[in-house]
Design a protein around this ligand. Structure first.
Ligand SMILES: NC(=O)c1ccc[n+]([C@@H]2O[C@H](COP(=O)([O-])OP(=O)(O)OC[C@H]3O[C@@H](n4cnc5c(N)ncnc54)[C@H](O)[C@@H]3O)[C@@H](O)[C@H]2O)c1
Ligand SMILES: NC(=O)c1ccc[n+]([C@@H]2O[C@H](COP(=O)([O-])OP(=O)(O)OC[C@H]3O[C@@H](n4cnc5c(N)ncnc54)[C@H](O)[C@@H]3O)[C@@H](O)[C@H]2O)c1
Lengths: 207, 207
């Protein structure tokens, strides 16, 4: 089974390949891919070998093929529906950002923000960047109907475990959690915990 | 020189050590530290050796000493002043979160959010969680007076390079950038780019 730390690097490689004009650059060496993604060329080759992807010795990788491979590995060659729970300051910013980023993607593929959930009566029934806000009461039904497979949790700490549990019961397997709590996570569910504090603490080294 | 990817792991180790009762657990093995931070024990030992920190063979590290060492390496044993530019949805959420997290730290050490900057007249002179919002016109003076050494950029893409440049001119060396632009970065300045999209793309693998 592929370590999570490897999976987390794949989008970095994909980002570099998305920015390349593949007509101008049909080949990329692991050195150049490494410099542009901030990873050693040895690490890249090791990561990609997990998926049976090997470059041409002494030459590198086909940019077109590698990009397609990475998108397929990450399931981004098809549409992936994302929902968000907790439409506060953080939630609203992420909905807008997510929608603006999706506009750059091709139709019928990649991440799509399709629903948001809250319990605040004044927000339910509204929209943010065209994404409808539903009541958390209707979360299970909406998740199933819209085939949401990733949930972003931007609720207060006190609400996080309960909202996480409800989404797990509704079949969601992948979460990006911003609430400052250590969630109790069942087997088979992947949670990435985002924390600006960790980023700032590593930046303190350079300050 | 220590690779940035190593520096970024240090706050993960520090977080594990912050959560340990050092009276109950005076020693931690690299295996346990690895399991709890999601990193292999080999990687931990390699990372720490960069700083001349070595565990006791077959035993592990003193939790009290290692925690103090990591805080010192990251300069968190003293106060580090953080500023934020762009007090929109994202900015406001991070100010509140940053202030709530700082409350848990000991006085006179760790990260402190001390100022925010915006150009919106309705926001200038207001406060968010007790953090004053200044005009970007006064940014250089405030940065110097409050000895701000890390800046969080949460402005729109169009404003990011100009705001970054102004902070660099004012002496800031470390940035956490959320704006979706690739900044032109001078030598000696460290920028960590945060992107929810990269997190979501790696989660797509598990969805
Ligand atoms: N990890 C980080 O780096 C980081 C940074 C900033 C904020 N945060 C955290 O993100 C969360 C959101 O922050 P914010 O500033 O946007 O908060 P906020 O108070 O502005 O928004 C919270 C939203 O959640 C809704 N909500 C509350 N309980 C709910 C429930 N049971 N079900 C559904 N919705 C519910 C509220 O109605 C509100 O809309 C907080 O937990 C905060 O600590 C984390
Ligand atoms: N990287 C990510 O994962 C991610 C996620 C969400 C948002 N974003 C980005 O973060 C940024 C902020 O998002 P938001 O939703 O909070 O936006 P917002 O529009 O709510 O807030 C922007 C703020 O910046 C201020 N501003 C504009 N120009 C300025 C200038 N020249 N100097 C100082 N302040 C200025 C505005 O007055 C406003 O207060 C955007 O660039 C957005 O694309 C990134």
């Amino acid at each position: 089974r592929v370590p999570d730390v490897v999976i987390r690097r794949l989008p970095l490689y994909l980002r570099v390949l998305d920015e390349i004009d593949t007509d101008l650059s049909p080949i990329i060496s692991s050195q150049e891919l490494g410099e542009r993604s901030g990873v050693t060329s040895g690490q890249i080759r090791k990561d990609l070998s997990f998926f049976g992807v090997f470059g041409k010795q002494g030459v590198g990788y086909s940019t077109v093929t590698l990009r397609a491979e990475l998108r397929r590995i990450l399931s981004l060659h098809q549409e992936i529906y994302v929902g968000l729970v907790g439409v506060g300051n953080l939630g609203q910013a992420f909905i807008r950002y997510g929608v603006s980023q999706s506009k750059k993607a091709l139709p019928n593929e990649g991440l799509r923000m399709v629903a948001a959930f809250d319990r605040d009566e004044r927000k339910i029934g509204q929209q943010v960047a065209g994404v409808p806000i539903y009541s958390v009461q209707h979360l299970p039904g909406i998740i199933e109907k819209l085939r949401i497979s990733i949930i972003i949790l931007t609720v207060p700490a006190t609400a996080a475990q309960a909202m996480f549990d409800r989404c797990v019961e509704s079949g969601v397997k992948a979460f990006l959690n911003f609430a400052p709590v250590k969630l109790a996570i069942p087997e088979g569910i992947r949670v990435h915990h985002a924390d600006v504090t960790l980023e700032l603490e590593s930046l303190a080294y350079y300050s």
